[in-house]
Write a protein that binds this ligand. Structure first.
Ligand code: NAD
Ligand code: USQ
Length: 401
């Protein structure tokens, strides 16, 4: 199968590219390397020392021969993405190429505008280019569980039946985003749904939970550090479990925000790759817009920290769990129950428990302890939802494109 991956230099994109190539697909990747620049802008780096794309492709070609190709470019440039679609003739397009950090989108007006412009216009260009050059391709778009927010009722899988004034209908489940980043995904959702309706495109909009982990079937940082995918732990780009593990290996207290009852859906990187592969293999009908909730299990962020502490202590790490003032405006205790049955129906089976994955992650990160320690100052949360201010720590250029 010909698969186009937008955002192939990223955490999930690189892992997915290797896996799909390993499975015999022809993979073409696109990236503008903005993630490398934005992480540098906020004064951090990936704990895993990621190679340049040139070196990555060189190593990958030796393993997967001609299965993997790469084009540098920006999908907010319509001509660029249209040319890629013309030359690649994809059957599936996995769109991961967006600015993915909620805190980054809350820094100030410029960062919020960049996030929404990059994400919404990039996706809009892709939809027009698909209409013109790849109308039969299957768009697999990475949305987020955060589109739904934390409503006081169970979260349905995209749509739910409602009754109002005596009439019943199947309608889109309400979206309550919690940051300008999450809002950009909601805007994408509406644009994709509309494009499927008016142009007969087909799409799976994936509401993915928080992804964690360092390994996949193709990536093992302890055995082959040159093939690592990125792993961020700073307060802007690092996500909860990944941050806790990085904090644990350097003896930094684990940073639980506020009361710590915030509950989210999580899944291991290797299982996110499993789900995205399954979705590629199972396209919807032409004109169909469908939504999959992609999570394994739900946890609150305090129990997660306690589990990291338990596994870390088995490795003789001294770990303290701290509740720090919450930089975000969010519910700290709330109902959270998610319906997620579509992927299981397609055959998704989670492969590792949280504890097994944490065990591997801590071993891998101990190998990069020096790199985490060197950027320890980027760990403590400084970006707030209230006044949005944060001090830009590096002199990296602001041009992210
Ligand atoms: P990432 O930042 O590591 O990867 C995204 C890649 O897209 C980056 O390499 C970046 O350089 C590239 N990119 C961004 N804008 C681009 C543009 N205009 N043109 C070309 N390339 C561009 O992020 P990730 O963690 O791999 O997440 C991938 C996707 O999944 C994102 O859309 C994110 O919102 C979504 N998601 C991630 C998680 C998670 O926990 N990591 C959870 C839910 C959803
Ligand atoms: N949190 C902590 N301590 C930390 C970091 C985070 O308690 O050190 C808390 C946050 O306050 C929040 C929860 O953990 O309540 C999740 O935060 P996160 O940073 O792990 O995740 P989030 O900002 O929601 O974003 C991440 C990805 C994003 C994706 C989203 C999925 O960066 O791309 O869309 O997870 S979801 O959370 O389901 O919306």
């Amino acid at each position: 199968m010909n698969v186009l991956i937008l955002g192939m230099d990223g955490y999930i994109g690189w892992s997915l590219g290797l896996h799909l190539a390993e499975k015999g697909n022809k993979v073409v990747g696109v990236d503008n390397f903005s993630r490398r620049r934005t992480v540098e802008e906020i004064g951090s780096w990936s704990a895993t020392p990621i190679q340049t794309m040139e070196k990555r492709m060189h190593i990958a070609k030796a393993i997967y021969q001609d299965s993997l190709h790469f084009h540098e470019g920006d999908i907010t440039d319509y001509d660029f993405i249209a040319d890629v679609l013309k030359s690649c003739e994809p059957e599936a397009i996995v769109h991961l190429g967006e600015q993915p950090s909620a805190p980054y989108s809350m820094i100030d007006a410029e960062h919020a505008a960049y996030t929404q412009q990059n994400n919404v216009i990039g996706t809009l260009n892709l939809l027009f280019a698909m209409r013109d050059y790849a109308p039969n391709a299957h768009l697999i778009k990475l949305g987020t569980m955060g589109e739904y927010g934390t409503p006081p009722i169970d979260i349905a899988e995209g749509f739910f039946e409602v009754e109002y004034n005596g009439r019943r209908a199947n309608l889109m489940f309400p979206r309550y985003p919690g940051s300008f980043y999450h809002a950009s995904k909601v805007h994408d959702t509406y644009n994709i749904m509309l494009a499927c309706k008016i142009w007969d495109l087909r799409s799976t909009d994936v509401m993915q939970g928080v992804v964690y982990g360092t390994r996949t079937h193709e990536i093992n940082p302890s055995e082959n550090p040159d093939m690592c995918t990125r792993f961020d732990f700073d307060e802007v780009f690092g996500t909860a479990i990944n941050r806790y593990c990085a904090e644990a290996v350097i003896g930094h207290p684990l940073t639980v925000y506020g009361k710590g009852g915030q509950t989210r859906g999580f899944l291991a990187l290797v299982d996110s790759i499993q789900c995205l592969t399954l979705i590629c293999q199972n396209a919807p009908d032409k004109g169909e817009y469908r939504v999959f909730n992609q999570i394994d299990e739900t946890y609150d962020v305090t129990s997660l920290a306690r589990t990291v502490k338990k596994i870390g202590e088995r490795k003789n790490l001294a770990i303290r769990v701290n509740h720090v003032p919450n930089p975000r405006k969010e519910a700290e205790e709330h109902h959270y129950k998610v319906e997620a049955k579509h992927l299981r129906k397609l055959g998704f089976k989670p492969t590792r428990t949280l504890e097994q994955e944490l065990d591997l992650m801590l071993d891998d990160l101990l190998g990069f302890k020096g790199r985490i320690k060197e950027k320890e100052c980027a760990i403590y949360p400084k970006t707030t939802w209230q006044d949005g201010k944060r001090i830009i720590q590096s002199s990296a250029p602001m041009n992210r494109n």
